[in-house]
Design a protein around this ligand. Structure first.
Ligand SMILES: Nc1ncnc2c1ncn2[C@@H]1O[C@H](COP(=O)(O)OP(=O)(O)OP(=O)(O)O)[C@@H](O)[C@H]1O
Ligand SMILES: [Mg+2]
Length: 400
């Protein structure tokens, strides 16, 4: 596989999305291949049928390869699901006597120290995300390398996953005939594609609302502070419509996307909505208002769950930059209004910060675009580390 080619593989509950990018100078990239297929064998972000999932992964990768006109071998893959957990940790090391200048090796050691957690045997670390370094008495240091000190400390946010879920993703990709270059938490990838550095510094809550999961990640002073995955998403809204109007899920999905709104003030249809019902019942003519009556309570309930998490995190009063909604469900009319009402925080929709092609600015592609950005960052870091002649474990590379 060519050095200037990167692949993002977003394994979502509703769609598998592959992007192939050609990197250019200074973190710029061009999307040269795209492959999307409806997911199979997934539930709430987790692979439940490896055969089916790997078949769709292969199909999507093949489509993207055909589109790009080249073969690929490895990809950056997303991981999500409510098995994801996070906890804060800290590490401390003494700097060797001599000139006492902090080196890459010291940073490596302090991160290793922070990652010595008592984990149950069925869990693994997927990210060690430094929040800030402490150099002697001085806290909130972002780049400690080169500073002279007696001790180096770190506060880090550690993301763990159920080993079986992580393994199933890796095996699914392998069975499809490809390899994982690395695994990336869905909300971390989506954040890279949609958030501005100023927001991450001021304090922001990112919510990736997909089909099966809602992923929350809170950033403050440019570090991830809190993350959790809730097992609710757009599919629940679709189900409510299907049950409420006695129709199929496919029809309910179509109605939701075409006419649905989470608040009356954002309803932009006065059309009569034809709903074909199941089991030979006659077609029902629904109004937009009736649809809002079904959608709104579910969306409000989703934001009540989010609000509970924000309060539990202890960061609710610190997220000055407010909330950014991304993922497919953020396209639902009126969702921003419900977020502002229920959370009491300013909210915007997180489109991806890419220039071309325009359709890939949609929040649906936030994770896939973020995987490409993450991959570019990691490759740059490993190039600079090779120059330093240092090799460390994959998950220790997070902070550079
Ligand atoms: N225009 C729209 N209006 C309302 N909902 C939409 C719209 N477009 C997509 N959705 C909803 O977004 C959801 C899919 O979002 P997304 O593609 O981000 O999910 P996913 O990544 O496959 O799932 P997850 O991240 O939960 O594993 C579906 O429930 C779909 O109905
Ligand atoms: Mg998703």
């Amino acid at each position: 596989m060519r050095d200037d080619v990167l692949v993002g593989l977003d394994i979502g509950t509703t769609k598998i999305c592959v992007l192939i990018a050609k990197t250019e100078k200074e973190r710029d990239f061009e999307l040269i291949g795209i492959g999307i297929d409806p997911s199979e064998g997934l539930n709430k972000g987790v692979i439940t049928d490896i055969e089916k999932a790997s078949r769709v992964v292969r199909k999507a990768l093949n489509k993207a390869e055909f589109d790009a006109g080249l073969k690929v071998r490895q990809s950056w893959v997303s991981i999500a699901g409510d098995h994801i957990q996070a906890q804060d940790s800290h590490g401390l090391v003494k700097i060797e006597k001599g000139d006492r200048i902090i080196t890459v090796k010291d940073v490596e050691k302090v991160l290793e120290d922070a990652s010595h957690l008592v984990l149950s045997p069925d869990r693994e670390i997927i990210h060690v995300l430094p929040q800030e370094f402490l150099v002697d008495e001085q806290s909130r240091v972002k780049k400690p390398i080169g500073i002279s000190a007696a001790t180096l400390g770190v506060r880090a946010h550690i993301i763990t996953a159920a080993s079986t879920c992580r393994q199933n993703i890796e095996n699914g990709v392998l069975q499809a005939g490809y390899e994982c270059e690395g695994m990336v938490l869905q909300s971390l990838a989506s954040a890279m594609a949609t958030l501005f550095p100023e927001e991450e510094d001021l304090g922001v809550a990112l919510l990736d609302i997909g089909g099966g999961t809602t992923d929350l990640a809170i950033f403050l002073r440019e570090g991830m502070r809190y993350t959790t995955v809730l097992g609710v998403g757009g599919n629940h809204i679709t189900n409510d419509i299907a049950v409420g109007f006695h129709t199929t899920r496919a029809k309910a999905e179509d109605i939701k996307v075409r006419y649905g709104s989470a608040s009356l003030s954002c309803l932009d249809t006065d059309e009569k909505i034809e709903v074909e019902r199941v089991a030979g019942r006659e077609t029902y003519i629904a109004s937009g208002e009736e649809l809002v009556e079904v959608i709104q309570p579910r969306v409000e309930e989703m934001f009540e769950l989010v609000d509970r998490e924000l309060k539990k995190s202890g960061y609710k009063d610190l997220i000055t930059a407010g909330v950014v909604l991304t993922g497919g469900c953020s396209l639902l009319r009126g969702i921003k209004e419900v977020s502002e009402k229920k959370l009491g925080l300013p909210t915007r929709i997180g489109y991806t910060r890419i220039k071309e092609p325009k359709e890939f600015t949609s929040p649906i592609y936030a994770t896939a675009v973020g995987l490409i950005l993450y991959g570019i960052k990691k490759r740059e870091e490993s190039v600079s580390k090779d120059k330093l002649g240092v090799r460390i474990k994959e998950w220790l590379k997070e902070f550079f």
